[in-house]
Design a protein around this ligand. Structure first.
Ligand SMILES: Nc1ncnc2c1ncn2[C@@H]1O[C@H](COP(=O)(O)OP(=O)(O)OP(=O)(O)O)[C@@H](O)[C@H]1O
Ligand SMILES: [Mg+2]
Length: 258
């Protein structure tokens, strides 16, 4: 009997990235099955953010390959990756402080958010030119994330938690099919962390978005992710569900035990 192949949104093979002498990512291979929230965990400095930076074209890689929904996107620039529907958020929210919340949303619609402030110069023209549905989409997302009442605030004045919400809302302006979330719950209060979890689950269920989630709170990982990838020192240590990983001696020694 034929065994059906797993349908992967992302296939990473032998990824490598060094900074000077530091092998931040040293031969990493893993898959993200379509329609899942896949977890990526591991100790500080394991290379998790470097993996996300590599996948999203934030910087080039030294070796290996990245297949996104059947297309080889290795070393593609971030705007091209984003146009395909692979969108990331940042470990530290990167809102454009001197733009309003609403302006941040509009600016995010066709490019990776928060990377070049010169783009702000073109914002007025862009708003003029943009279609009604873009504005409508921004309004819907701001309401969804409970940010509509602060739409005219400067993004720099938001609370830490609101910035995390804006980061997620902004990423959604680009209609992602795969979202890479780098610690979206870090530093937010437990109530908001709970809301963010529900948002992520709803986005998977309603919009069919696939997620790769970096998160240090393992209760959250356990509740959201069936499949979890563990990194340490630039390599993959283990994969599986959280209960299997808790039994894995290597994982306990490198991460869970500490
Ligand atoms: N731009 C950079 N320049 C130099 N070294 C870097 C750079 N980015 C990451 N590194 C190094 O690469 C290694 C992996 O870092 P990375 O940020 O990917 O880890 P992480 O798993 O995301 O950690 P954390 O859980 O603390 O966010 C670390 O040793 C880090 O110091
Ligand atoms: Mg990190």
């Amino acid at each position: 009997m034929a065994i059906p192949l797993r349908d992967n949104m992302l296939v990473v093979k032998d990824l490598r990235k060094s900074f000077g002498g530091v092998k931040a990512v040293d031969g990493v291979s893993f898959d993200v099955p379509r329609g899942t929230i896949t977890g990526l965990i591991g100790p500080n400095g394991a290379g998790k953010s470097t993996v996300v930076n590599s996948l999203s074209g934030f910087h080039g890689v030294d070796g290996g390959s990245v297949m996104f929904d059947g297309t080889d996107i290795t070393n593609w620039p971030s705007h091209k990756v984003a146009q395909r529907g692979l969108i990331r958020t940042f470990q530290l929210a990167r809102e454009l402080r001197s733009l309003t919340v609403f302006e941040n949303m509009l600016l995010a619609s066709n490019d990776q958010p928060g990377q070049t402030s010169w783009q702000a110069l073109f914002l007025r023209k862009k708003i003029r030119d943009s279609e009604r549905d873009l504005l409508g989409k921004a309004v819907d997302l701001l309401k969804r994330f409970n940010l509509f009442h602060v739409r005219d605030e400067y993004a720099g004045n938001l609370s830490g938690g609101q910035k995390k919400l804006l980061d997620l809302a902004r990423a959604l302006m680009a209609d992602p099919r795969l979202m890479l979330l780098d610690e979206p719950m870090a530093g937010v209060n437990p109530t908001l962390a709970g809301q963010l979890q529900e948002h992520i689950r709803d986005l998977k269920d309603e919009k069919g978005i696939t997620f790769l989630l970096i998160e240090h709170n393992l209760r959250i990982v356990e509740s959201l992710c069936n499949h979890v990838v563990v990194m340490a020192e630039g390599t993959i240590l283990a994969e599986g569900n959280m209960s299997a990983l808790r039994e894995n001696e290597n994982v306990v020694r490198a991460y869970l035990g500490g």
